[in-house]
Design a protein around this ligand. Structure first.
Ligand code: PXG
Length: 458
């Protein structure tokens, strides 16, 4: 590629003139200019000024095997030469999605053996929404079509994704969500637990909100409950261990399907292949994307449980839904190579028994005591740091969200790419991070917190 012929300034000017970015205030962006990432290797990304940054977010929660993997590039190259594209409509198929479906069925929780492909998490959730409604229609219960979700959930940015999600600002701009989706409280103990309430009790109370919503609508009107095992974009909100088994019990009691959105938690991040396994629940659908290909190709896979698949097959009738790129051969070839790497290098096990516990300990021992930090929490290689003005009262800095942005900017200036969401700092690094890299990241976080504390005091 010949971008080297352009200066940083020129690239920024062209970007500002022609490129509309996602989730961006374009006035602000055009004043500031964008940060242009030009290449990457292993755990590092590099910008057009040559600055090296440790990528604490694995791209956008996706580059689980790290950057610069020749195997993935070669898998794409080979597949493009052999068969760059053919569709899987009209009773056609191509070899790579066939083989990938078998592979995914092998690593998915037991009883989940079918796969529907798309190109993004949003598309997969659109599929999931249609599929559960279609399932109940096939079962002769078309009025059982309501979906229960959570406030502050993120399920994508298409109309279905936004509607399923519980992000207020997104709903406001949507001007009319898909009907019959309701949102209940999230399991976020740090802000929502009552004084004296244990984590366990809080988890049960948050699950009870799902039962209340089912009872309010009437169980014969509720199709499914959808949730991220750990809320990601909403701020790495880790539910108490009592939450998911209780949600599952409630769903089973009332005949409500359980849909897990594992676009972030899937493929090793929690120390198991899926968050479902970490929290001990058996969902009816699992939405996956992102780390499915470690972000090297756009691909999503909705994993579908046998209960739903059986009805689709037994009752028949067309499911009127699909995408040009459903089962794209190149994306599926890259995915097969990606799963090979995760398996060969034992990355899931490494997160569970080595780097995950070490990460938790490092956050606890090195970050939690900082005066700006209200709480640290992590699960596997997903972590959050709550930024507060007062540790004891949990008072935040005003305006809301500004303090975390200050910390983030210092982290980036000191060589660590992190995200700030609201007043929460987030980490979701590649699963190739070692103990040494975790130490290096913590050094940079401590420095960023110290510098931010000095700024915020003024
Ligand atoms: N579900 C979950 C749980 C996600 O995190 C999607 C669905 C949608 O995936 P696509 O591929 O359509 O983007 C996501 C995506 C952030 C951020 O700011 C998070 C996501 C996307 C963009 C930004 O943390 N998650």
């Amino acid at each position: 590629m010949s971008y080297q012929n352009y200066s940083l300034k020129q690239l920024q000017q062209i970007d500002a003139s022609h490129h509309l970015h996602p989730f961006t205030d374009h006035k602000e962006l055009r004043e500031a200019g964008s940060r242009i990432i030009t290449h990457a290797n292993g755990p590092y990304i590099y910008d057009s000024e040559g600055k090296e940054l440790l990528d604490g977010m694995a791209g956008l929660w996706c580059v689980n095997v790290g950057y610069g993997r020749d195997e993935l590039a070669e898998a794409a190259y080979r597949q493009m030469k052999e068969l760059p594209y053919y569709n899987s409509f009209f009773k056609c198929s191509t070899p790579t999605p066939v083989l990938l479906s078998k592979r995914l069925a092998e690593i998915a929780p037991k009883g989940i053996g079918q796969v529907f492909y798309g190109s993004s998490g949003s598309e997969a959730n659109d599929t999931a929404l249609r599929l559960v409604r279609h399932y109940w229609a096939l079962e002769g219960k078309p009025e059982k079509n309501r979906i229960i979700s959570r406030k502050n959930a993120y399920h994508g940015s298409t109309i279905a994704g936004t509607s399923l999600g519980g992000m207020e600002a997104m709903h406001k701009q949507l001007g009319g969500a898909v009907p019959n989706i309701v949102h209940v409280m999230m399991p976020y103990a740090y802000e929502l637990a009552l004084p004296g309430e244990s984590d366990h009790e809080f988890g049960l109370r948050a699950a009870k909100a799902v039962e209340d919503a089912i009872l309010e609508a009437g169980a014969d009107r509720v199709a499914a409950f959808i949730g991220e095992p750990i809320m990601g974009a909403g701020g790495v909100k880790i539910p108490p261990l009592s939450y998911w088994p209780e949600v599952e019990r409630i769903c089973r009691k009332y005949g409500v399907l359980l849909m897990l959105d594992e676009v972030i938690t899937g493929y090793g991040r929690t120390g198991e292949w899926f968050g479902a396994q970490s929290f001990g629940v058996k969902p009816d659908t699992i939405t996956t994307a992102k780390a499915l290909t470690s972000g090297y190709q756009p691909l999503s896979a909705l994993l579908v449980g046998d209960r739903i698949a059986r009805v689709l097959v037994e009752k028949g009738g067309e499911f009127h839904h699909g995408y040009t790129y459903s089962g794209h051969p190149v994306a599926c070839a890259v995915d097969l190579a990606n799963i090979d790497i995760i398996e060969k290098e034992g990355l899931v096990e490494r997160v569970k028994s080595d780097t995950g516990p070490y990460f938790a300990q490092a956050l606890r021992e090195r970050i939690a005591g900082h005066p700006l930090v209200g709480e640290v929490r992590s699960f596997g290689l997903m972590g959050a740091i709550e930024v507060v003005k007062d540790k004891a009262t949990k008072e935040r800095f005003a305006p809301s969200g500004s303090a975390a942005v200050t910390v983030r900017d210092h982290a980036i200036a000191n060589g660590l790419m992190m995200r700030a969401t609201g007043d929460t700092m987030i980490l979701s690094p590649p699963l190739i991070w070692t103990r040494d890299i975790i130490d290096m990241a913590c050094d940079r976080i401590v420095k960023a917190l110290d510098l931010a504390a000095a700024d915020l005091r003024h």
